[in-house]
Design a protein around this ligand. Structure first.
Ligand code: NAD
Ligand code: DGY
Length: 386
């Protein structure tokens, strides 16, 4: 028998039982569920990562839908349990869903939601912060100051890299990669080289137009290039930021050989998923190349770091906080709740999961649609005409 898991209950007499495996920011998501007749149960267990057994206990015998987290292993066992309990809806409170076995969800007819769009700028801003912090050695300098080591201005003290005129490389120029590229190009007047399976037409147009603007003002223009291989980006860029999805094509995309092709003083930023980088190879590379710097938001064996990483002065490490702005996190909770609610209510799927603003407007009721269901096609779910 699984141990009972502690929950906080809202609207106990609601017709549909919806579980959230974690307390989530804001209250709009709870109110939206309650207004539509849901009983909402929020897991209040103290431990950060729930096990499959914990979640099975939460699901129980009757559960219409679950809002879950990227730390949870949503595979066959959990989708089978949800299906047995009558559930047909699950949503990650995240855009990435590499923790979800979508084929297993398809097998049990469970819709899988995610939360694109609302976290694009927030995540790109963190990638830009890590790029700048690494270039200007901000964390090292802060530690130096606090250790009482500063005894006066010196010509060589914490000399870093000037970004202006350098080249920013983006691997995975989707929503977040493109937003990051625009920030680096416009903010720091960097040239762009990117690699993606698809052409980032809007991004290219933006850089072209900005380059023309700079030129017309008598300034050095900026340029873009779509690389024909990832290696081209690694060889040419001074700052490289990783923004692909994690799947079998991107696992250990950055490995020992590829690190060796990068410039000795390059900066590597990862705000995608930890396993995109071979972290053991990275630690070795950081040891051998003290001028090479990294900014990491994600780790291969989260929440752990590979041995040696924490000791590296040329690494900045933060605990998976790229989407952590109040507006974004409340919006993610709202989108996740509306994915589950929409499926329970039989609503169609929103036509463009990149345009989620109507769901986030606090002054109007959200559209009667599921904002983003990744397996909508596989399940044959209808698309909204709104
Ligand atoms: N650190 C965080 O807190 C955080 C926050 C949000 C998203 N993420 C991660 O960022 C990822 C991207 O999010 P997004 O909203 O920009 O998604 P997106 O789908 O818009 O962009 C992903 C891009 O990666 C490209 N891609 C896929 N395989 C590739 C490959 N082999 N080589 C190069 N490019 C490839 C796709 O074509 C696409 O353009 C998410 O899947 C998630 O894992 C992390
Ligand atoms: O995929 C995601 O959304 C993140 O990792 C958390 O915001």
């Amino acid at each position: 028998m699984a141990k009972p898991v502690s929950v906080e209950v809202w609207n106990p007499n609601g017709k549909y039982r919806v579980i959230s495996t974690k307390p989530m920011p804001g209250t709009r998501w709870i109110n939206l569920l309650i207004e539509q007749g849901c009983r909402v149960e929020i897991c209040t267990e103290k431990k950060t990562i729930l096990s499959v057994e914990d979640i099975i206990a939460l699901i129980g015998n009757k559960c219409d839908g679950v809002i879950g987290q990227l730390t949870e292993d949503w595979g066959d066992t959990l989708f089978a349990a949800l299906s047995r309990a009558g559930g047909k809806a699950f949503s990650n409170m995240a855009v990435g869903y590499n923790n979800v076995d979508v084929n297993a969800a398809n097998k049990y007819g469970v819709a899988v939601g995610n939360t694109p769009g609302v976290l694009t700028e927030t995540t790109a801003e963190l990638a830009a912060s890590l790029s700048l912090s690494a270039a200007r050695r901000i964390v090292e300098a802060d530690e130096f100051m606090r250790a009482g080591l500063y005894d006066g201005w010196l010509p060589h003290l914490f000399v870093g890299n000037l970004l202006k005129g350098q080249t920013v490389g983006v691997i995975g120029a989707g929503r977040i990669g493109s937003a990051y590229a625009r920030m680096m190009v416009e903010g720091f007047k960097m040239n762009l080289i990117y690699f993606d399976l698809y052409q980032a037409t809007r991004l290219e147009k933006f850089v072209t137009a900005y380059g023309e603007f700079l030129k017309s003002n008598g300034e050095q223009p900026v340029y873009w290039k779509r690389a024909s291989s990832m290696d081209e980006v690694l060889r040419e860029a001074d700052v490289i930021s990783l923004h692909p999805v994690l799947d079998k094509t991107t696992y250990h995309l950055i490995n020992k050989e590829r690190l060796a092709t990068m410039k000795k003083e390059a900066i590597l930023v990862n705000c995608s998923r930890g396993p995109v980088v071979d972290e053991v190879a990275l630690v070795e590379h950081l040891k051998q190349n003290p001028m090479f710097r990294v900014g990491l938001d994600v780790f291969e064996d989260e929440p752990f770091m590979k041995p040696g990483l924490a000791e590296m002065k040329n690494a900045i490490v933060v605990p998976h906080i790229a989407s952590a702005s109040k507006w974004t996190r409340e919006g993610m909770a709202t989108l996740a709740a509306l994915n589950v609610l929409g499926k329970i209510k039989g609503y169609p799927i929103w036509g463009d999961p990149n345009q989620v603003a109507p769901f986030l407007n606090e002054n109007a009721p959200p559209p009667a649609a599921c904002p983003s269901i990744v397996n909508a096609k596989a399940l044959g779910l209808p698309v909204s005409k709104l």
